[in-house]
Design a protein around this ligand. Sequence first.
Ligand SMILES: C[S@@+](CC[C@H](N)C(=O)[O-])C[C@H]1O[C@@H](n2cnc3c(N)ncnc32)[C@H](O)[C@@H]1O
Length: 198
Amino acid sequence: MKLNRIERWVVNNPFRAFEQWMEIGWMKKKMPLTPGGRFLDLGCGRGAGARIIVEAFQPSRLYALDLDISMVQMANNYLAPRDHDNISLVVGNALHLPFEDASLEAVFGFGFLHHVVQWRGALSEVARVLKDGGVYFIEELYPALYQNFLTKRLLVHPREDRFHSNDLRQELEGLKMPVRVALELKNFGILGVAVKEG
Ligand SMILES: C[S@@+](CC[C@H](N)C(=O)[O-])C[C@H]1O[C@@H](n2cnc3c(N)ncnc32)[C@H](O)[C@@H]1O
C-alpha cells in the first residue's frame, strides 16, 4: 500500500535518515557481514536507507525496490551519481520479488511490512530469495503505533490481519528464519535481525 501525503513527509526528511543511520549501525554491530554480496532494501522509499546500507555493509550490489514508482523516482533524484555504481533501483512488488531463489545475502525492510496487506506472503518471498545463512534486517511497527486514535485518522495502512510481536516472530520461525537478536518495545515495534537457517 502506498503512503499518503502525511506519511511521505514523515519518512522523507533528515530525521528519518538519521534514525536509519543509527539503526543500521546497531544492525551492523549485531551482524557484521563480509563485504560483497547482493543485498535488497525492500520498500526503499526515497533511498536514504539504501545509501547508508551501502556505506555500512559494502555489498557488491544493493537492489532498492519499491512498489511506488514516484518513490523510486525520488530515490533516483536523491542518490548521487556515484551511489548508482552499487545501487540498482527497481519498481516491484514484495509479493513477487524479481530475484531467483536463494540468490541474496541480506534483505532489509525498514517500516515497510506493515504497509503490506498480505504481509505473510511478503515474508515468504524474503525467505525464498535469501540464501541459507542469509540475514533479514527488520525495522517494523505494530498497530498500537500506526492504528491508534490519532494515527488511524492521519495515516493510511491496511486494517485487517495486522501483526503484533508474536505473530511476526511465529511467522518467521515457521519460515525457518527466526529472530536472533532484537530491540523491541512489545506493543510498539521491533528492530531485529533474523537469520535463514540452512
Ligand atoms: C513507510 S515507507 C518506508 C520507506 C523507507 N524504507 C524508510 O524507512 O524511510 C514504506 C514503503 O514501502 C513501500 N511498499 C508498500 N507496499 C509495498 C510492496 N508490496 N512492495 C514493495 N514496496 C512496498 C511504500 O511504497 C513505501 O515507500
